[in-house]
Design a protein around this ligand. Structure first.
Ligand code: 4NP
Length: 154
């Protein structure tokens, strides 16, 4: 089983979408996907209603997900940890216990060389179009990621 963790700040907007999208592209008998936030603001909360709506309109149900905070033991549980932006990356790397923990962490947009964006922008203070743009970016990244994971080329 390969274990993948998607990380953002609040774990209610971006990483729940990344979690649901990647999960929809991978066989569940070989891959386990989860998400977490570096902050504790939304522990136990459902994803933002706009993330739920955008996922639903793309036939992905993320409404059962609940927010949780990233913890040091996630470095042991997961093989790959993908952050949505550079700030999340720094927050996760700060908790690393050594090189092997740091080696597991990447900014998710760096997986796809054809993507010019340097982060998945935080849509929390934005509108539904911002959430649709996040979905579309994550959908592209997660297609590349799912291919790489299944070809063991990561
Ligand atoms: P996320 O978005 O990191 O994509 O889940 C945010 C959600 C909540 C907050 C910030 C970003 N907040 O400040 O509560």
């Amino acid at each position: 089983m390969t274990r993948i963790l998607m990380v953002c700040l609040g774990n209610i907007c971006r990483s729940p979408l990344a979690h649901g999208i990647l999960e929809s592209k991978l066989p569940s008998d070989r891959f386990y996907v989860d998400s977490a936030g570096t902050a504790n603001y939304h522990v136990g909360d459902s994803p933002d209603h706009r993330s739920i709506a955008v996922a639903k309109s793309n036939e992905i149900d993320i409404s059962h997900q609940r927010g949780r905070q990233f913890e040091v033991s996630d470095f042991d549980t997961f093989d790959h940890i993908f952050t949505m932006d550079q700030s999340n990356y720094q927050n996760v790397v700060k908790l690393a216990r050594g090189h092997s923990d740091i080696a597991k962490v990447k900014c998710v947009v760096d997986i796809d060389e054809t993507i010019s964006e340097t982060s998945v922008p935080d849509p929390y203070y934005g509108n539904l179009t911002d959430f649709e743009n996040v979905f579309s970016l994550l959908n592209k990244v997660c297609s590349t990621l799912a291919n790489k994971l299944q070809n063991s080329s990561l």
